[in-house]
Design a protein. Structure first.
Length: 255
């Protein structure tokens, strides 16, 4: 199944790259939340492949919602974001990805994130470690938050969330640097390979974090909610790190 997810993510990523930089039809799902024809084309490709190879599996996809038909095998669920970083994509900013995960009995067992602009394929399978273009990856060894490069994102309704700015300020003055790239899938992949040391965000959806969650875990990192409690992809806060700075980040967010 991992090979299938890899092949599917790469095909979808290449389809996105063909459209990148071109004039696209763009519509709004919310005040600032966009969807492009590229999102829809990528999702069609992914869903057609899943339905062809695994017709009884359930699917949770960003643009089409959840497909839980009576005949679906509820033990297996594909979780799909056909274009994570749509706003970046629509503006020609090359930071976006295709991300695909698979749940078995409500546990994420594989995850793939493909960045077509850099040709970087991040993959993980439960108990088998994480890789970047086929080579094993590990989280960073940064031991102190003051030495860490961390990353965050802002939910589309951040103007209504006072906590977003409060938490940004709490960590901005404790870390070496803070970045905001606009793709949670890439942020989590970068935690897994050691480019970032920590990540936090609220208001995300399962398709934003499912693959990245497994990447970080399999690369030796830690993923929880803000208070340090066990992580669920169906709850809206995520705190991911190399593990070494995790408690400092928890304490900062609690302060």
């Amino acid at each position: 199944m991992l090979n299938f997810a890899v092949e599917t993510a790469v095909l979808a990523g290449r389809a996105l790259l063909e459209r990148f930089g071109r004039k696209l039809n763009v519509s709004k799902k919310g005040e600032i939340n966009l969807v492009t024809e590229a999102d829809l084309a990528s999702e069609r490709l992914i869903l057609e492949r899943i339905r062809s190879h695994f017709p009884k599996h359930a699917i949770l996809a960003e643009e089409s919602g959840e497909a839980l038909l009576p005949e679906n095998d509820q033990k297996w669920k594909w979780i799909v974001d056909p274009l994570d970083g749509t706003t970046n994509f629509a503006h020609g900013y090359p930071c976006f990805a295709v991300t695909i995960a698979l749940e078995h009995n409500e546990e994420v067992v594989l995850g793939v994130t493909f960045d077509p602009t850099r040709n970087e394929l991040f993959a993980a399978e439960k108990g088998m470690g994480a890789t970047l273009n086929g080579k094993k990856i590990r989280v960073s060894e940064t031991e102190a938050l003051s030495d860490a490069l961390i990353v965050t994102g802002f939910p589309y309704d951040f103007a209504k969330r006072k906590s977003v700015i409060e938490n940004l300020l709490k960590l901005l003055f404790r870390a070496r640097g803070v970045r905001r790239d606009g793709s949670a899938a890439i942020d989590l992949a970068y935690i897994a390979c050691g480019r970032f040391d920590g990540f936090w965000e609220e208001g995300l959806n399962p398709w934003d974090v499912a693959a990245g969650y497994l990447l970080v875990k399999e690369a030796g990192g830690m993923v929880t909610h803000y208070d340090g409690s066990p992580f669920s992809i169906y709850k809206p806060t995520i705190l991911a790190s190399n593990g070494l700075i995790h408690q400092e980040m928890v304490e900062a967010l609690k302060s």
